[in-house]
Design a binder for this molecule. Structure first.
Ligand code: ADP
Ligand code: MG
Length: 456
């Protein structure tokens, strides 16, 4: 194996452990340039990256390298001009040759976003697999591309992590670009980016420009709107932008990890605006859909993998399409490096790394953290005595989740949640159990929280 191949394989591993943005920011233009006497030398583009990789990602990098080459005992970083050929030519979407670098570079292609619309051309309806878990959302998405601003406005799509929200809402944008060429001004943004721009505009005294730039848009696509939660000034401005566009029949498309009702500190007027259009959820894909997605990805990547392997992956990764893709990427790296498909036993190891990272142990503290983050309150609010309604509910959810996930005793839970009596905990658990039976959106809410603490 060459140094370069080693690094590509390690990157495949690293990519699964950090966010896409961080991956692109810190690992682009890096490569292993030397391995000698148990030390791997990684070339990085500048001093800033060097420091960051050393301090933040050293362990992760070492672990990833050792998984492939156990004799690596340490990693050092040096500044070196590395530019991978496929990356050095902006705007070229299909590299001339298929090789293993490409596997990882597919992620770097995220950078090929359109400068004006901010859309990534790789997200289209054509490569979006539809199954019962997402068909309502997909149908609504397609319908609006034919009837902008009038059919469903806003279109609000929600669902858990890695289930295709970003893909779908960007597919809407790309479809409109295709159908309308330059006639429609489209803007894809995230609520975080919206917030950052707003803050910058306030700071630089450019609010007028900020407002005008958003008000000229025909189709506004805003991703992960749950991050507006708690930011009053941003919500205020978003509300005005929303109204200005809405009144002019401009299309607005929103995604979030939960339904509007469950975004706790979202202003009522925004919630009711969001609820005034069409709300569609994406749930977990069923087994057939997971297999179909894997097959489609294999086809896209020109990979031949047996049904047995695909079924095995699909059976084991159930709740996140990004992880399905990650598993496939790892299989692909093994295939390319060793020339043969990994055995089911090897695949099972690969999957363990993805679905339950080692050292992951859920404690009651992690559950409290996830619950408080989800409801946008402080963890201390879960423990203190305040009886406000907006705190009582998260507290009951926390009790229920600790009981369900850790099987802790009622007195233990009571003690950890501010010394409450065990009957209070029993009451909360019974109440949640009862409500879960009849309330589907509560089920969804609980799942989203679970997803959160399993990813903390
Ligand atoms: P979310 O925004 O919900 O966290 P993404 O849209 O980023 O999820 O999807 C995660 C990955 O899974 C992306 O690479 C996306 O292309 C892929 N994906 C999600 N849903 C589908 C689908 N229905 N068909 C094909 N690929 C999908
Ligand atoms: Mg997303």
């Amino acid at each position: 194996m060459t140094n370069h191949e080693l690094w590509q394989a390690a990157l495949g591993e690293i990519e699964l452990n950090i966010s896409k943005t961080n991956f692109i920011t810190w690992f682009r233009n890096t490569d292993v340039i030397k391995t000698r006497e148990g030390a791997a030398t990684v070339g990085v583009p500048n001093a800033f990256s060097k420091e960051w990789l050393e301090n933040k990602y050293n362990k992760l990098i070492l672990r990833a390298l050792r998984n492939i080459l156990p004799e690596v005992k340490e990693v050092e970083f040096v500044i070196a001009a590395i530019s991978l050929p496929e990356l050095a030519t902006p705007g070229r979407s299909t590299p001339p040759r298929r090789k293993e670098t490409e596997i990882v570079n597919q992620s770097f292609q995220e950078l090929e976003i359109n400068k004006e619309t901010h859309l990534n051309p790789k997200y289209t309806f054509d490569n979006f697999i539809v199954g019962s878990f997402n068909e309502l959302a997909q149908a609504a998405a397609q319908a609006i591309t034919k009837n902008l601003g009038r059919l469903y406005n806003p279109l609000f799509i929600y669902g858990g992590v890695g289930l295709g929200k970003t893909h779908l809402i960007q597919a809407i944008g790309n479809e409109i670009v295709k159908n309308f060429k330059n006639e429609k001004k489209i803007c894809y943004t995230s609520s975080e980016k919206f917030t950052n721009e707003l803050v910058a505009a306030l700071y630089n005294g450019q609010m007028e420009e900020f407002k005008n730039s958003y008000r000229k848009i025909d189709v506004l696509i805003i991703d992960d709107v749950q991050f507006l939660s708690g930011k009053e000034k941003t919500q205020e401005e978003f509300f005005h932008t929303f109204n200005a566009l809405y009144q002019n029949n401009k299309q607005i498309i929103i995604s979030s990890d939960r339904p509007p009702k469950a975004i706790s500190t979202l202003e009522e007027r925004l919630k009711s605006r969001f609820e005034g259009g069409m709300i569609a959820d994406i749930s977990y894909p069923d087994l057939e859909s997971r297999i179909a997605i894997l097959k489609a990805k294999c086809y896209e990547k020109n990979l031949q993998i047996s049904d047995e392997v695909l079924n095995y992956i699909a059976a084991n990764i159930q709740k996140n399409i990004r992880e399905l893709e990650g598993a496939l990427n790892r299989v692909m790296i093994t295939l390319k490096l060793s020339g043969s498909l990994p055995s089911l036993e090897q695949i099972s190891k690969i999957l363990t790394g993805i679905t339950s990272p080692p050292s992951k142990k859920i404690s009651y503290k992690v559950i409290l953290q996830a619950v408080s983050e989800f409801y946008d309150i402080n963890t201390s609010h879960l423990i203190n005595r305040c009886r406000k309604k907006e705190l009582v509910w998260p507290r009951q959810v926390a009790m229920f989740l600790i009981r369900e996930e850790l099987k802790s005793s009622f007195p233990f839970i009571g003690e950890k949640l501010g010394g409450r009596d065990h009957t209070t905990v029993m009451y909360a658990c019974e109440k949640l159990n009862r409500e879960l039976q009849k309330n589907e959106s509560l089920q969804q809410e609980i799942n989203l929280i679970k997803e959160r603490f399993y990813s903390i």
